[in-house]
Every structure is written in C-alpha cells, then in structure tokens.
Design a protein around this ligand. Structure first.
Ligand SMILES: Nc1ncnc2c1ncn2[C@@H]1O[C@H](COP(=O)(O)OP(=O)(O)OP(=O)(O)O)[C@@H](O)[C@H]1O
Length: 361
C-alpha cells in the first residue's frame, strides 16, 4: 500500500547552471549558477512556499522541478519516479500529473484562442475523450474556477487579469494533476483581486487534494497559504521551516532581514520590530562569494563565514538553516558538521521537515 506520509515530490542537490559563452568561437567561459544545490520534500496536500528576492533562482527551481528546464545535477522524484534526466518523450507521459500556473496570465494565454480551446488544449493532447466529453469537462473546469460557462466562446482580451488567471488555473487542472507549481500566480494582479485568486487556489487544493510549490516574493501571501516555507538566496535554500516557526522565530540572518520588511499585523509585535537593512547588492550568481554565499551582506558575518565549505551548509532533511553561526562546533573553530538529530542550537523544531499535510491553518 502507498505510504500516505511519503513525499509526493523529493528534490536533492538540484543544480541548474546556465552556461556563459564568449568570444568569436563562443567558448564556454563560466556559468550562471541560478540554482546551486537545493533539496526539499513536499508531502501530499502540502504547500511549500518558496520565497526570496528577485533573481535568487525561485522560477528556475520551479521550472526545473517540472523539467521544463534541463537540470545540471541532482535528483527530482515525483510520486517515486526519478525525472531529473528523463527524456522528454517519457516525460510527456507524466505531464498530466504535474502542471504549472504562470505569473503573467496575459502572456501565457494565446490571444487567438477562445477560452474553451485554451482549457481544452491539454485534453486534446493527452486524452481520447469525445468532443462532447471534452466540452463537458471544460464546463466543469470553468465552474471549478468560478467562471461563467457562457464565457467559453470569448477570447482572453475580453477578461480582467483575475479572470485570465482563473482561465490559466482551469487549464492547469484540466488533466487532474496532483502537483502544481504556482509561479508568482498573483504578482501581476491588482491587489484587490490577489486574495480572491489565492483563496481559489486554497479552495481547489482542499477539494482536489492538490500539492503546491508556491513561488512568491510576497511573504505575507506565503504566510497565508504555505504549510512550510523555504527561503532562497543566490541559488541556495538558506532556511526551511514550518510556517509558524519561520515567522515566529526566523533563524537565518537573511530570513530575519526579509521578515523585518514585512508589515506586521500584530501592533504590539510591530512596535518592537527592528528593520534590518542589508548592505550592498546581491552578488552575481555567475560569481558567488567564497564560503557562505550570504557573507558579503550578512549583518552577523564573521571571518569564519568566508572559510566555511558551502556543501556543509546545505538545507535538507534534518537541517533547517544554512548558517554555521548556529553550529557550536564551527564557533569553537572545529570542523563543520551538519546538524544532526539535535537540530539547530537556537531552536530545535522537529516538525520543520516533517509537518504532516495541511495540519496548520
Ligand atoms: N535562461 C537563462 N540564461 C541565463 N541566466 C538565466 C536564465 N534564466 C534565469 N537566469 C538567471 O538566473 C538567476 C535566477 O533567475 P530566476 O528567474 O530563477 O530568479 P527569480 O528568483 O525567479 O527572480 P524573479 O522573481 O525576478 O523571476 C538570475 O540571475 C537570472 O538572470
């Protein structure tokens, strides 16, 4: 029998490096390390929020997990199947199980196709349903995303941004996927309708048992929707915790800086909140700093931070934060070691990696 608590998606040591070519012969002279060794699990029905500043590698990670991009290294298992190096022909068979909702509904919908044709496209490609069955399925999907069935013959330009995103969501759900990557699904929408689309995504998750990777730079939205949160900086995950732990007691200096810039709904907490302004710019992913890649901007950085082996900082099962300042062994000047069963020194959170699906509301 399938283990209900087994991860639906399991990513290990994932790297996506884009080659940089130069010169007359277009020789390879380096690489943009957009994703540089990340790992996480997502359990069925769970939402993992992936946050970080623009350019930190969130979209590249999301696309790579669905194999919309080729990966440089690492493992991606979806429902137990290794897909990291699977040929496109074989991947096609798995496409119905994993889908993506894109940031810009305007750009992701073909303006020459009617809503019905857009939502029907995956059914045409992957199923042998009859015309009537497809029409019925499209109508069901329009109901599911709360779009009037009567709009099926209209074109995308006739809709508002929020309605266009609903069309994109209906298309993503056409083949009954289990796993959906939502890449900044509300970033291009008016603030007034962002909450409606997020509520719709939550509602669909509950009704259809969906599992989400929810990519966003908006921490307040992630706080609302995610069960667990992974924070990315310069191609790496620097911290991953259950949502409550991350927002109540962020461990990594980068997470603390990001959270210090978010509006605090609790007025008492807001009064004591100290804004942390990070110095300098984000380094180039083509030339990341030596040691801990946050050390050039970290308010807590120490000389040892330049020496640490980045591989020993990798966040993954049993390790919550990629900062050796939490590791007493390093601070005593001893060799680094990953956190073991004892967890981080400041706060052991055994549920951080093992949160059961949707226990938190
Ligand atoms: N095809 C590509 N070729 C070269 N570099 C790329 C490519 N795609 C992305 N990058 C670079 O990889 C890094 C990560 O980009 P990515 O779009 O994944 O970040 P992001 O966190 O999603 O940012 P945003 O929210 O602005 O989209 C950036 O430096 C970007 O310029």
């Amino acid at each position: 029998m399938a283990d209900a608590s087994a991860p639906l998606v399991s990513v290990r040591d994932l790297k996506v490096h884009f080659p940089i070519h130069a010169g007359l012969l277009r020789r390879r002279v380096g690489a943009v390390k957009a994703v540089d060794g990340i790992g996480f699990d997502i359990r069925p029905g769970e939402t993992l929020g992936l946050v970080g500043e623009s350019g930190c590698g969130k979209s590249t990670a999301g696309r790579a997990v669905l194999r919309l991009l080729d990966v440089t290294e690492g493992s991606i298992r979806v429902e137990g199947t290794e897909i990291a190096r699977m040929p496109q022909g074989e991947l096609r068979r798995l496409r119905p199980r994993m889908q993506m909702v894109f940031q810009d509904p305007q750009a992701s919908l073909d303006p020459r196709m009617t809503v019905e044709a857009i939502i029907r496209e995956p059914l045409d490609e992957h199923t042998r349903l009859t015309r009537a069955e497809k029409r019925e399925r499209v109508a069901e999907l329009m109901d599911a995303v709360v779009l009037n069935r009567g709009f099926a013959t209209r074109f995308p330009h006739a809709f508002s941004g929020g309605q266009r995103q609903r069309i994109g969501i209906a298309r993503a759900l056409a083949l009954n996927p289990r796993f959906v990557v939502c890449d900044e699904p509300i970033a291009a929408l008016d603030v007034s309708i962002q909450a409606q689309v997020v509520n719709l995504l939550e509602d669909l998750q509950e009704r259809l048992g969906l599992t989400y990777l929810f990519i966003s730079h908006d921490l307040s939205m992630v706080r609302h929707i995610a069960t667990r949160v992974a924070v990315m900086y310069l191609g790496r995950i620097v911290e991953m915790q259950a949502r409550e732990g991350l927002f109540a007691e962020p461990l990594h200096p980068y997470t603390r800086a990001l959270l210090s810039a978010v509006n605090e709904p609790d007025p008492v907490a807001a009064r004591t909140r100290r804004r942390i302004v990070l110095k300098g710019d984000v380094p180039s992913p083509a030339n990341p700093p030596r040691g801990c890649n946050f050390c050039t901007r970290c308010p807590d950085a120490m000389p040892v931070c330049r020496e640490v082996d980045p591989a020993t900082l990798e966040v993954g099962p049993g390790r919550w934060v990629a900062c050796h300042l939490h590791d007493p062994a390093v601070m005593r000047g001893q060799p680094t070691r990953p956190f073991g069963a004892e967890g981080p020194t400041r706060r052991a959170s055994p549920t951080a990696y093992d949160t059961p699906a949707r226990s938190a509301t």
